[in-house]
Design a protein around this ligand. Sequence first.
Ligand code: NAD
Length: 297
Amino acid sequence: MIPIDLSGKVALVAGVGDDRGFAWHISKALNAAGARIVLATHPRLCNVVTNILERDLDKESRQLPFGAGELKVEKVIPCDVEHDTMDDVDEKKREDKRFAKHGDYSIQGLANTVGKEFGAVDILIHSIAFSPEIKNKAIDTSRKAYLQALSISSYSLTAMLKAMQPLMENRPDGASAIALSYLGGDRVVPHYGGGMSTAKAALQIDAKQLASNLGPKNIRVNIISAGPYASRAASAIGDIDEMVRHAASCSPLPRGVTAQEVGNTAAFLCSPLAAAITGHVLYVDCGYNVMGIFPKD
Ligand SMILES: NC(=O)c1ccc[n+]([C@@H]2O[C@H](COP(=O)([O-])OP(=O)(O)OC[C@H]3O[C@@H](n4cnc5c(N)ncnc54)[C@H](O)[C@@H]3O)[C@@H](O)[C@H]2O)c1
């Protein structure tokens, strides 16, 4: 039997906002493989996530796959990936009590805390996307929303790797970063507007550039391009249930992808089994991406 053993590895997972999204299930898969889990969560969602990690009501959600026990998270660190340092934060947000109570919630603040408390990062997960105009067609997207979508959903991977590089370079088994993308970054998907399709295309080429930049430090960078799944963020698109139904009816494997399958893929990509895989976009979508003409839906 080939084991996936991530015992003792520090996994920094950015993008857990509830117990539905991909980041939650990736955290569970990595924890089931033995990794120590540290979460970087949007400042406004830290309480929600802490509750899910502690409440009896959510015990079921915390059960790990493969009968590996219950999810244990060592720390939840507030981080708004729109800001490299606190100098970037505008006055309005600075004065917003919901943010201010967290102190330093920038990417550099995150790196400082993780460095001080954990000393190293073996695994970095970027499972974050946002556009304030996701429901707008590309033609109706404002410059402001377009740039914000790119800042939060794409550049943040570069910014996080830049800040974490000293903690990730030359780790004993190498380090691994994964970001989440979607087919809407390769092809036209109706309703995937507001700059999000551009953000995913940028994220994918950025991951390849970063894989090349960081390979000599033994840091691998890969993308999981997941099939449609009804997370909180995806529900903001509006017709996610229809997208899931369509993908399920047209994919070579005629069903929707599960979040646990995405988590399992992340565990594989972070493991020594994937030691020579970097700069890759791996589709975890039941094969939907290979289709040219769809059967009558
Ligand atoms: N759900 C899908 O159908 C689907 C398919 C393919 C790829 N993806 C990608 O998977 C990733 C995770 O999305 P999900 O579907 O699990 O939804 P989700 O809502 O669980 O995750 C999105 C996360 O991004 C976080 N976020 C947004 N702006 C942020 C900011 N400024 N700073 C810090 N965090 C911020 C949110 O708090 C949330 O936790 C995203 O990159 C998404 O584009 C989703």
